[in-house]
Design a protein around this ligand. Structure first.
Ligand code: ARG
Length: 562
């Protein structure tokens, strides 16, 4: 049982469940006042007393036979403030990390619930550019966090693999491309053809008609057109998977837009029957309210749209996975799109429309002017990873020239820095990405956290096996802040999942690394007296383990040596 659970079972108020008390417990603003606090305002009605009276009554009651896990329980302004026994907290926390190890922080609270996460969702034949970085790593981290909390997670890559642009691609390929170039050049070669198409179409509009005609051929299942379309898809997916592998990302489904070609009509029929589909200059739209433009679902030429496919996808996911929540990790530029789609489902009376959630995030651009997406240049994610790894290699070469497998570590540090940089701020903020900033070994960065993990590892390696049973936990009084951070790791993961905000985990990892490095300066570990040494090694072990668990959840490697 955690300390919070112990507190929850100490308090008995008619009509208030243990779970409710547990959910009301909050961390204090300042550890000097309390380790955890219980606001008593919610109980005023049930008990017909003021929160101040309730808090002081409860404090008296609890203090009269104070359990050993508590140091004190006091009332202040309607809050009940608890301080944990330093020794007890240190002991229970560290022993549970030693026991649970890579499972420390895991829970089964999500048992029986399925969460679909639509993330990364790259576009075929288009560059896997830095704009997809956030979606990929936020979605990946959320998927791992929910999995850690016992949910059944379905990872979906809703590929952008439909639209007239594929007709244009075929025209461009047939006119200016060739097999060898495309096989060798991959998506970059495809993209070049696409750009060329637009340049030429400026001068000769008939190319656009040709593009449309070829798209029609794909739709009609023309053999040659389909084969080319599949070729583009294979090339694009192979490249995307290379990036996913480096980022430690996997998907359960690659059902993209084209998958829904035969699944839209039933939805349109449903809308028609409900009287929601209205004619607008030959097109079909749904009016979604005063505050939004209508949701366009069928163009006047009969073509369906991105939104039409998202409606079909929502039904498909509900029917296939019976999700508890379905998250869409997509840039905030698509706010309106998702509001419209969700509203259409709500108008259709689907009770699960409320379980669809757009997890929006801000834009990423590069500080380094040579590769700014603002200048209209495409920044390939793979190039960003490669640059980061190269720069990490240089730093490692300077800092630890004798390290074994330097290139493997450089990959872990470079890729980790890119992921961590994208997950450090709350997701809605725009990010200006700077290699120097994310690769700094001293800032609030990935290398800093990885380095702290490696430092703890090497300490433990030097110490060899130790017996935590011999630890004297009273000596860890001055590590209280650090121990509190370790003990609240589970809460941090929970909060990250609840708020769909991996930055909670990122920051928690940085806080632990900082607290440990501070502790390490002032306290001897290896040559401490018996009892103290074991306690501090147990602390070091816990720090290493929690940092590793945090990094793993973020999709980042934790090298033992750096
Ligand atoms: N392919 C889209 C893009 O790159 C993102 C798709 C997001 N998912 C969805 N179900 N609409 O902008």
């Amino acid at each position: 049982m955690t300390n919070n659970e112990k507190i929850a079972s100490l308090i008995h108020i008619d009509g208030v469940s243990k779970e409710e008390i547990l959910s009301l417990l909050t961390p204090p603003k300042d550890l000097a006042f309390a380790d955890v606090a219980l606001p008593c305002f919610r109980f005023a009605k049930a008990l017909r007393k003021s929160p101040v009276e309730i808090a002081s009554g409860l404090a008296d009651e609890i203090t009269s036979s104070l359990p050993s896990f508590l140091l004190s329980c006091t009332a202040l302004n309607g809050y009940l403030n608890f301080k944990f026994s330093r020794e007890d907290l240190a002991k229970t926390t560290l022993l549970s990390v030693l026991r649970d190890q890579e499972n420390y922080g895991r829970s089964d609270e999500g048992h029986g619930k399925t969460i679909c996460i639509d993330f990364s969702s790259v576009n075929i034949a288009k560059p896997f550019h830095i704009g997809h970085l956030s979606s990929t790593v936020i979605g990946g981290a959320l998927a791992r966090a929910f999995d850690f909390l016992g949910y059944n997670v379905v990872r979906i890559n809703h590929l952008g693999d439909w639209g007239t642009q594929f007709g244009k691609m075929i025209v461009a390929y047939k006119m200016w491309g060739n097999e060898e170039e495309v096989e060798k050049g991959g998506v970059k070669a495809l993209h070049k053809l696409y750009v060329k198409f637009h340049e030429e179409a400026e001068k000769d509009d008939s190319l656009n008609d040709l593009g449309r005609a070829y798209f029609k051929k794909i739709e009609d299942g023309d053999e040659e057109a389909l084969a080319l379309f599949e070729k583009f898809k294979t090339i694009s997916l192979a490249e995307a998977k290379r990036v996913y592998e480096r980022l430690g990302i996997e998907f359960d489904s690659y059902a993209g837009e084209s998958f829904y070609n035969d699944k839209m009509q039933p939805v349109l029929d449903k809308l028609e029957r409900a009287g929601l589909l209205v004619d607008s200059d030959g097109a079909k739209v749904v009016q979604v309210g005063e505050d939004m433009p209508p949701c366009l679902l069928v163009r006047s030429d009969g073509a369906t749209l991105y939104a039409t496919r998202d409606l079909a996808a929502a039904y498909y996911r509900k029917n296939t996975y019976d999700f508890y929540k379905c998250l869409y990790v997509v840039a905030y530029q698509q706010n309106l799109h998702f509001k419209q789609v969700f509203k259409v489902l709500e108008l259709l009376g689907e009770p699960w429309a409320k379980d669809l959630e757009h997890v929006a995030f801000g834009m990423v651009s590069l500080a380094d002017g040579t590769m700014s997406s603002r200048q209209g240049k495409v920044v390939y994610l793979e190039d960003v990873l490669n640059s980061a790894v190269q720069k990490a290699q240089k730093v490692i070469e300077e800092k630890s020239p004798n390290l074994e497998n330097k290139s493997e570590i450089a990959e872990q540090v470079g890729v980790g820095a890119v992921i961590f940089g994208a997950l450090f701020n709350s997701r809605i903020k725009d990010i200006t990405f700077s290699y120097d900033k994310v690769l700094n070994f001293d800032g609030e960065t990935c290398p800093y956290v990885q380095y702290t993990h490696a430092r703890a590892s090497s300490l433990l390696e030097k110490a060899g096996a130790f017996d935590a049973g011999k630890a004297d936990f009273t000596c860890l009084e001055n590590a209280h802040e650090l121990i509190t951070l370790i003990s609240s790791f589970k809460n941090a993961v929970k909060l990250a999942a609840e708020k769909r905000e991996p930055s909670v985990i990122t920051r928690h990892a940085v806080d632990i690394a900082e607290a440990f490095n501070k502790y390490y300066i002032d306290n001897r570990i290896l040559n401490a007296p018996d009892g103290e040494k074991e306690a501090r090694l147990a602390l070091t072990f816990a720090v290493r383990q929690v940092l590793k668990n945090a990094l793993t959840l973020l999709g980042i490697a934790a090298p033992e040596k750096m």
